[in-house]
Design a protein around this ligand. Sequence first.
Ligand SMILES: *Cc1c(COP(=O)(O)O)cnc(C)c1O
Length: 426
Amino acid sequence: MLYKRSSELFVEALKYIPGGVNSPVRAFKSVGGTPIYVKKANGAYLYDEDNNQYIDYINSWGPMILGHAYEPVVNAVIEKTKQGTSFGTPTEIETEIAQLAVSMVPNIDKIRFVNSGTEACMSAVRLARGFTNREKIIKFRGCYHGHSDSFLIAAGSGLSTFGVPSSPGVTKGTAQDTLLANFNDIESVIELFKANPNQIAAIIIEPVAGNMGCVPPVNNFLQKLRSICDENGTLLIFDEVMTGFRLAKGGAQELYNVTADIVCFGKVIGGGLPVGAFAARTEIMDYLAPVGPVYQAGTLSGNPLAMAAGLAMLQAINNDTELFNRLEEKTAYLEAGIRNVLTQNNKTFTINRVGSMISVFFCDITVENYEDAAKADTPEFKKFFHDLLERGVYIAPSSYETWFITDALTYDDLDKTIEVINEVTK
Ligand SMILES: *Cc1c(COP(=O)(O)O)cnc(C)c1O
């Protein structure tokens, strides 16, 4: 394929935008090469500025679960736009989408809308701290909760020590309040509670990790976290920015039958527009301003266009009783096909999958945490990525990213993808 126009656009962008991009992973740094510039997208396909067509397995990092340019969402936004784009006053549609979201998701009574997943997680943690009157939080290595200071933390010198900043600009003071545990390792969590008695406001977790590749919880890990939180007066925050409205109508809470105290949303809930949200039972949510003391606000929060897109998306998901079955069947079909050809071609690999989230790791171990996932970060992935791209299959440009399957994919698309994977791994 030719990437002439994309290359030119990237060179121009580099002059005016740091790294040429407005979000780092788009720059292809971990796989090398030049990012493709997408001109338009429809259904399961992306079209770049050089008119190359790709089968899309990223889907805007999750939101486009029903395909690109999904008509009900596009039409809802067009119609809303004609009425004006922002008022800074309450609007009826905010209550409509809030009511629908609350009806779909277990264990939440009220929801507040923000503009991104980052904002949702940041606000959820502040709310948990205010509600419990405690300062520390636990997060898991390899889980991503957006780019706010409290989450950009690396491991300290030992399990019961404090975290250290993983980015310049994050203060040591902030890092001290974030404790790090290992995903799927309940002992690492118990140790932190022992070392920090009555100080932990919340545990925040991606219930199915999606930012170290797809890593499911094992051995009732989520249930165990629930119990530890209950025993210690700590709130359990599920960051369902990726899993919400994707793994089930009610997200991971529904799928694993575990109750979270606060749930964060993003991605699918905005139908492709910038939306995030956090939700909990009334007792917790009424701790937020203007009812309660915890401050949180946003000039464009609940923006009418964003709400129109999100509402049309959630309605489509809510009204389609077969959607999650179809997504499961399509992704299982893809998984079986990939397993088949990689085995035939004598590749060493591990595939993790939950519903329509799937990852291929080139390694010979099971992947249950960040340390495992890091072992699969090999040159083989880079070649795999570029070989697929060259043949019109677009997967995420990093081995730490999950593939997101869209309902717009046909079995022909899946067969084509499996055949391409066969070709490039022969
Ligand atoms: C994408 C993501 C975020 C951050 O959302 P943004 O909208 O990019 O700020 C937070 N948590 C998880 C689990 C995510 O996948």
